[in-house]
Design a protein. Structure first.
Length: 297
């Protein structure tokens, strides 16, 4: 933890006030404790039972004044809590995040499980995998974790995003297994044509006209470069459908996350392209069709 210290009584008072502010602002009260866990060594049960109240000194990453200022950004500016804490949780990882990257979502974790299932079914060699539009590096880390002998190639157009991804690879111990590239989609990977065992992507897929309708936490703070998928949301996906066969080996996996309502159109694009077979639509944990996979002929 940082050099700042506060008393349990002062932090208890801060927490009570923050919970009241959360309720008034229609923000989940659980976010208060999420933030406190991120900036202190307090456990969920200590917060729930308020046993920390009598501690003389509690080390914090930030001063109580700084914590208050950040919480006000949450209440008044609707800044996502993960950006205020500088971290997001994804699978078993605690990742650095900043407004340069999308906050990793729980549903995206399923991409890794789908990749494992496809690799097991097709007996794919681990070889080389690509995470296109890596952002925080979450998918690349997930792939490196489950494919222990694979080399992961992570690409992003945003250099500030790549800096975060590299930091996360370093802190999780996967820096020697992931290679990072600055560029657009497959463009920096020409040396891997015909060699990839799989490509996995969570590309921009929100139709441009829907961006203003997203929660202010998303539309006002997350990078539009990682959200805006063009008129129908499928500009980037179309590009991945068309270009991936050049890079995938025969039997290689194409796997992408989408918005609800896009899966059938994407399955049809894959079918029409002619180089894919075993095209499948997959649901997230809520039963919503959010992923499409296919195998390179």
């Amino acid at each position: 933890m940082g050099d700042e210290v506060t008393s349990g009584a002062a932090l208890w008072q801060w927490r009570r006030r923050a919970c009241q502010e959360a309720i008034a602002a229609a923000i989940a009260v659980a976010e208060v404790d999420w933030l406190l866990q991120a900036v202190s060594a307090l456990e969920p049960l200590q917060l729930k039972l308020e046993t920390f109240k009598d501690q003389v000194a509690i080390p914090l990453t930030y001063s109580l004044d700084e914590l208050t200022a950040r919480w006000q950004q949450r209440i008044e500016g609707r800044v996502p809590i993960q950006y205020l804490a500088g971290i997001g949780h994804w699978r078993q990882f605690t990742l650095a995040v900043s407004p340069a990257v999308l906050i990793p979502r729980p549903e995206t974790e399923l991409l890794i499980d789908l990749a494992i299932a496809a690799a097991n079914q097709t007996d794919l060699p681990q070889g080389h995998w690509a995470d296109l539009g890596t952002g925080s590096g979450a998918i690349a880390l997930g792939l490196a974790d489950v494919f222990s002998t694979a080399t992961i190639h992570a690409v992003d157009y945003s250099d500030p995003a790549l800096a975060i991804a590299r930091q996360n690879a370093q802190s999780t111990g996967f820096a020697n297994r992931i290679q990072f590239y600055s560029g657009s989609w497959f463009q920096p990977l020409t040396q891997l044509q015909g060699r990839l065992s799989g490509i996995v992507s969570n590309p921009p897929y929100i139709p441009t006209n829907l961006l203003p309708e997203l929660q202010i936490e998303v539309s006002g703070h997350e990078p539009h470069l990682a959200l805006d998928g063009g008129a129908d949301g499928l500009d980037c996906v179309r590009h991945l459908v068309v270009t991936a066969p050049t890079y995938l080996k025969a039997g290689g996996l194409w796997l992408v996350e989408l918005m609800v309502g896009q899966a059938i159109a994407v399955a049809e694009l894959l079918e029409a392209q002619g180089h894919y077979q075993n095209i499948q639509i997959h649901s997230d944990l809520a039963g919503l069709e959010r992923f499409v996979s296919a195998i390179r002929r």
